[in-house]
Structure formats: structure tokens, C-alpha cells
Design a protein around this ligand. Structure first.
Ligand code: FAD
Length: 499
């Protein structure tokens, strides 16, 4: 029987997607694969992508990365969630905190007990029942898998880091000799007669790189997946209308808050990401409603410290590649699609794409059934993330600018419309399959943006009023006590991973 195993794997692109993919594949299949990664200093990387979600901790575990060592190298800080300002109404502020709320009690999720308490004397905010939210509000942090002497779950966190340093760190972390880095610009893609698979890449110096399987991490251009294989792009701008960003670092010295801030502006929103050596800032906006100059002026007027240069412009089209895997080519990172950075999902989508590829690793024939299954699962994952993002725009009561009026009035995908209506009528939320965002994520955005449920689950009525008050008070006491055990975030960073 002839050996049809994939031996030569070629990754095009040395941004976060390329190096993360190389590191994960080298760790999983390094003894079987010859991995080559092509990158072009002339083209460079997108150099943004500084906020992450908790799933990134799996990358460290899988690669055997020491967290403190990594955070020192990438000037990192810790992230407990995203604070969203002015999205529901001007002046509103809530946090989408990672982790659980309250304590499990009986059969129904915690939030139904809280919903029942609304309007009662002494009722408190939902977020007073989340350890992550309370720690974020107090700017405190420590790694706490479990809370000592308490039934509360621990702290769930992710990182903020310098995107270019993270790419470098991953590159240095790969065992020497497993991934060969090639500097050069791909100028042509050669397809095999017959099945149309990619056979080789031609570099600007004239060299040829052959491979059995190709991973396109070439960024927005999608050099292989679109340029050569024309996989097609599904445009989601009618739901996710922002199409430009300006990014600028500002001097360190502002508060090192353990969360990302996203503050709505007149035609988009602005991020603030605290790192050790600077603060990352950016304005994501819709060019149909605001000029680049005005967007830059809004960004600079809302920095907490001095800018470190001129804002760097970026353009994008929200959406996804129709076929992330086509023939013997798989796209990851920006080459596979981009849904805007409001919930910091892009790096995670690279990670889950690699996991899916590993679960379905093909032979050189690339069975079409496997390709179809990969693309089906990818579409499910992207569409559910997309809907979660759309919710942030749709659930607005703002009418002060044409941009927000359009967002509030837009038609949304039917699955999202159903979810919103179900919550409004019943307070119920159901996570579908293994979609990325759990019930607590949806809950916080729905409530934080003023979608008020008409009722709570009848199981929450099993407690009498006094029991309900005690239960909620106990949760808040436990949360308060746990937060009291945590040091200030900046002290924790300085002690464990400061530079
Ligand atoms: P790139 O960084 O663009 O890398 C492309 C690579 O391909 C480069 O090495 C380039 O040299 C190479 N290349 C291209 N053409 C050729 C060629 N012809 N020959 C050889 N090499 C070539 N994600 C998050 O998870 N969190 C965030 O907070 C976040 N914020 C973002 C904010 C903005 C405004 C944007 C636009 C994106 C953000 N992202 C975020 C997404 C994140 O930046 C990307 O997912 C991540 O950086 C991966 O990018 P990439 O590696 O796919 O592409």
C-alpha cells in the first residue's frame, strides 16, 4: 500500500496565526511533519490583537509554556472580562466578566434567582454575584482556581499582550529544527493539473517551495485560499458594519485595569488595553458614518495618557471565507475571516481551527467528506460568534447618531432574533452545542444592554422570600470575602511577571 501520509506542510504567513499554528502543529505532529513557514518582512504583520479570552490558557498548557515567563516576554497583564460603556444608552456601563455567577442551587441557573429578586427591597446588581466582575471593579487579581474555604468557583482569566512580542515568543518557543522559517515573498501559486491542489509556491527570489498540505495565514489578502483557489467571501457588513480601525499606543502610567475597555463612540467604539510598557488603544468605526480624520480626533481625544505616535489605519470587511478548507489548503487567522475585535475572538478562532484540523488530520488525498465536515463545524462556530457580536449593536436604545439608529433598527439573523425574544419573554438562554460563548456571556450582554425578561423560571420560586434573600446575600458575602483576599492587579503583575 502506498504511503499517502502528509509529510511536507507549508504555512504561509508569520503573524500570530502563522506562528501559533506552527507551534501547535509542531508540538502535536513534529516527529511526522516537515513544517516550513514563509513570511515576508516587506509585507509585515497586522500587529494588532492584544486581548484574548480564557481558552488561550489551553495553548500554554499544550505547549508547556510557563505563564509568568510568557507574560514577562510579551509585557502582558491579566484580563477578567470586557467593560462595555455607552452601548445600551449613553452613560450605561457593564462588564462582560468571564466565569460563573453565584452558586449552583437546584435545577435552574443562578440568574433566575436573581431575576426573581429584582424590584425587591435591597436588590443588588447581577454583577455583585460574580467574583470576576467584583475583582475587576476593585482592580484586583490573583490566580485562584478555587476559593479557599468557599463553594465559589475560582477566577477565570485571559491575557492582554503585545501582539508582535507574542508572535516572537511563540517562534522562540518552538523546539529548534522542527519548523523551518523561510523569509521571502510568495509571488505565484502553482496548481496541479487534474485535482487543482496546490503543488508549490514560487518566491520572489526564484526559489520554489513544494508541499503536500498548505495553511494560508497570509492575513486579509488570503493569498492561497482566495488568490489561488477563489474560495469566496461571505460579507457580513450589513450586520457588523464597522470596516476600519485606527490603532495607537499611549504612554504607560494609566491604571492597570484587569479588563479590556470598549467604549461606544458616535459611529463605532474605542478599545483600551493596559499592557506593562504601554496602553493599547484603537477606534473601530464605520466609514459610511464618520471620516478618518474625525475618527482619529475622537480616538486621540479619549486617551488617558500621551499617544506614542500617529494612529495606524487598518481596513477590513467583516465576514468569513465561504470555504475555510478548500482542496489541500486550509485558511486560518485573518485569511479565514474577520468579525471585528469587540469580544477578542480572533486568536481563539485560530486555536480552535488548529484543534479541528488535528481532530480531522487528512492524508494527501484530502477526503472531501472531511473537508465538508471541517467547513460545516467552522461555519457553526463563526455564525454563533457573529450573532453574539451583532447583539452588542442590535441591543441599543441609542438614537443620538445615524450609526446607532441604524444598528438598533437592523434585521438580525433568525437564530439571534429567536434568542433575544426567548430571553425577553422567559429569561431563558440555552447554549447551542459547543458554541464559544456560554449562557453567562449572553446573559450579561442581554441584561447589560437592557433586554429585560418578563419572568423568571418557576423553579426559582421554590425558595421562600427569606431563603431567597439569604441565598443572594450569602453569595455576595462570599464574593466580597474572596475579593478581599486578592492583591491589586498591578502588584500581582509586578511580583510575578513584571519587567
Ligand atoms: P497578519 O498579522 O496580517 O500576518 C500575515 C502574514 O502573512 C505576515 O507575516 C505577512 O508577512 C505574510 N504574508 C502575506 N502575504 C505574503 C506573501 N505574498 N508572501 C509571504 N508572506 C506573506 N484578535 C484578537 O484575538 N484580539 C484582539 O484584541 C484583536 N484586535 C484586533 C483589532 C483590529 C483592528 C484588527 C484588524 C484585528 C484584531 N484582532 C484581534 C485579530 C488579530 O489581529 C489577528 O487575528 C491576528 O493578528 C492574526 O493575524 P494573521 O496572522 O492572520 O495576519
Amino acid at each position: 500500500m502506498s504511503d499517502s501520509r502528509i509529510r511536507r506542510l507549508v504555512i504561509v504567513g508569520g503573524g500570530t496565526a502563522g506562528w501559533l499554528t506552527a507551534a501547535l502543529l509542531a508540538r502535536a505532529l513534529g516527529s511526522q511533519l516537515e513544517i516550513r513557514l514563509l513570511e515576508s518582512a516587506e509585507i509585515g504583520t497586522v500587529c494588532v490583537g492584544e486581548a484574548t479570552i480564557p481558552q488561550i490558557l489551553h495553548v500554554n498548557r499544550f505547549l508547556g509554556i510557563d505563564e509568568d515567563d510568557m507574560l514577562r516576554a510579551v509585557q502582558g497583564t491579566f484580563k477578567l472580562g470586557v467593560q462595555l460603556n455607552d452601548f445600551g444608552r449613553l452613560g450605561d456601563s457593564y462588564i462582560h466578566a468571564f466565569g460563573d455567577f453565584g452558586l449552583p442551587l437546584g435545577l435552574t441557573p443562578f440568574h433566575h434567582y436573581w431575576l426573581r429578586s429584582r424590584g425587591r427591597p435591597g436588590a443588588q446588581s447581577l454583577w455583585a454575584h460574580s467574583l470576576n466582575a467584583a475583582a475587576a471593579a476593585a482592580s484586583r487579581f490573583a490566580r485562584m482556581d478555587t476559593v479557599p474555604n468557599s463553594p465559589l468557583g475560582g477566577i477565570r482569566y485571559a491575557y492582554h499582550f503585545d501582539a508582535s512580542l507574542y508572535g516572537q515568543y511563540l517562534r522562540e518557543h518552538i523546539r529548534p529544527g522542527i519548523v523551518q522559517r523561510i523569509e521571502g515573498k510568495v509571488v505565484d501559486v502553482r496548481l496541479r493539473a487534474g485535482d487543482g491542489h496546490i503543488e508549490s509556491l514560487l518566491l520572489d527570489g526564484g526559489a520554489t517551495v513544494e508541499g503536500d498540505f498548505f495553511i494560508d495565514c497570509s492575513g486579509f489578502r488570503g493569498l492561497l485560499i482566495e488568490g489561488a483557489l477563489q474560495a469566496g467571501y461571505e460579507n457580513w457588513q450589513h450586520w457588523l458594519p464597522c470596516d476600519r480601525a485606527l490603532a495607537v499606543g499611549s504612554a504607560p502610567g494609566g491604571p492597570m485595569r484587569p479588563y479590556t475597555q470598549a467604549s461606544a463612540r458616535t459611529a463605532g467604539w474605542q478599545w483600551r488595553i493596559p499592557l506593562q510598557h504601554r496602553t493599547g488603544n484603537g477606534h473601530v468605526y464605520c466609514s459610511r458614518f464618520i471620516s478618518d480624520d474625525e475618527a482619529a480626533a475622537q480616538l486621540l481625544a479619549n486617551l488617558e495618557t500621551e499617544p506614542l505616535g500617529d494612529p495606524r489605519p487598518l481596513r477590513f470587511v467583516t465576514g468569513m471565507r465561504k470555504l475555510a478548507w478548500n482542496r489541500n489548503c486550509l485558511a486560518l487567522g485573518l485569511a479565514a475571516g474577520f468579525m471585528e475585535p469587540l469580544e477578542s475572538t480572533s486568536i481563539h478562532l485560530v486555536q480552535s481551527g488548529v484543534n479541528r484540523l488535528l481532530a480531522m488530520f487528512p492524508d494527501r488525498h484530502c477526503d472531501q467528506k472531511l473537508i465538508d465536515e471541517y467547513n460545516r463545524q467552522t461555519r457553526f462556530e463563526y455564525e454563533r460568534v457573529r450573532d453574539f457580536l451583532i447583539l452588542h449593536y442590535k441591543a441599543t436604545e441609542r438614537t443620538d447618531t445615524p450609526f446607532w439608529r441604524q444598528c438598533g433598527a437592523m434585521e438580525v439573523p433568525p437564530e439571534l432574533a429567536h434568542r433575544i425574544e426567548l430571553f425577553r419573554r422567559t429569561g431563558m438562554i440555552f447554549r447551542e452545542g459547543d458554541e464559544l460563548f456560554a449562557e453567562t456571556g449572553w446573559l450579561q450582554v442581554l441584561l447589560g444592554q437592557r433586554i429585560e425578561p418578563a419572568r423568571h423560571h418557576p423553579l426559582a420560586d421554590e425558595l421562600d422570600e427569606q431563603q431567597l434573600d439569604h441565598f443572594l446575600t450569602d453569595v455576595r458575602t462570599l464574593v466580597g470575602r474572596a475579593v478581599g483576599m486578592l492583591p491589586p492587579h498591578h502588584e500581582f503583575v509586578a511580583r510575578h511577571c513584571g519587567t
